[in-house]
Every structure is written in structure tokens, then in C-alpha cells.
Design a protein around this ligand. Sequence first.
Ligand SMILES: Cc1cc2nc3c(=O)[nH]c(=O)nc-3n(C[C@H](O)[C@H](O)[C@H](O)COP(=O)(O)O)c2cc1C
Length: 167
Amino acid sequence: MSARSPDFTSIAFRQALGRFPTGVTVVTACMPGEDPVGLTVSSFNSVSLDPPLVFWSLSLGSSSKSVFERCERYIIHVLSAEQFDIASRFASGTREQRFEGVPLVRTAGGQLRLDLECAAWFECYNRHRFVEGDHLMLLGEVEHCEHSPALPLIYHAGGYDLTPARQ
Ligand SMILES: Cc1cc2nc3c(=O)[nH]c(=O)nc-3n(C[C@H](O)[C@H](O)[C@H](O)COP(=O)(O)O)c2cc1C
């Protein structure tokens, strides 16, 4: 048995998916001796409490795909409602432009983290990866996490209209 061909356009599919509000994260990684990479990601989700597992997916067209295929660890930063500019910055431009002027701090696990007041952050071991469709699925095992009282940035219908700070 296999699925029937879709009876909708890709625009209609995107619009329907957009009705599911999500938080917004920036995922960063750094290979030894290389510059850090990072991008804005809304596909982040929780998977398991014990062991602590999280999930996100990366477009196969991503310029940082080869890093996330190889790196041992990465950091997932959950953006606060005030960090709209960071979401925009890490969704466009070059690697250098994304990190320009953004303070970085090294974690106890040796990763470079954005030293910003995020709503939460997770340091993940890059436990499992597989390709489905046009994305690389990444399952991370959380080794360390922290959170703040900051309200999260909310992405919905291609914008931030549900984020109180953006209304
Ligand atoms: C709100 C938002 C959510 C996004 N979520 C994802 C995502 O889950 N996965 C992904 O691969 N790209 C996502 N993107 C797109 C990437 O951030 C964007 O294509 C970026 O330029 C990719 O950079 P790279 O090619 O250097 O990896 C998202 C963009 C925005 C604005």
C-alpha cells in the first residue's frame, strides 16, 4: 500500500501547515577549527522525557547541512518575544552577517551558545539523523537545558501576529 497523490497545491499545504503556531528557535553548531553555523528553525519539538529527546528538521538545501550531519553537538535556542530581529537575521544573509555583533559564550560542554536572554536553550548530542522527503530529520539527546521567564516568539501563518510584543 502507498499514499495517494496529494490533492492540494504546495501553496495550500504551506497555508494549512501555517495554521499550526510554533515557537521559533535558532540552532547553532561549531566544528573544531571552523566558524560557527546557525539558522532559524520552527520545526523544533519535544519527543521523549526519559531519555530527554528533541526533534527538528533541516532543509536539504541548507548551507549548513554538512555541519549538522557531522557535528557531535548543537545548541537549540528558543527565542523570546523580543528576539524577532534574531529570527530574521538567522533566516537570511551570510554566516558572518548572522553572528556579527552577537555575543557568544562557550558552554560547559564546549559548544558556542548565543549569549542572549532566550526563553530557553538546549545543548544536544547529535544522536540520530535520517532523510525524509526534502528534509534531514535530527533527533537530539538533551545534555543540558536552561530556561528564563521570558515569553516566547510565536510563528503563525507566515508571520508573528500571535506574539504579544509584535501586535
Ligand atoms: C520562522 C522561520 C522558521 C524556519 N524554520 C525552518 C526549519 O525548521 N528548518 C529549516 O531548514 N529552515 C527553516 N527556516 C528557514 C531557514 O532559517 C532559512 O532558509 C535559512 O536561510 C537557512 O540558512 P542556511 O542555508 O545557512 O542553513 C525557517 C525560517 C523562518 C523565518
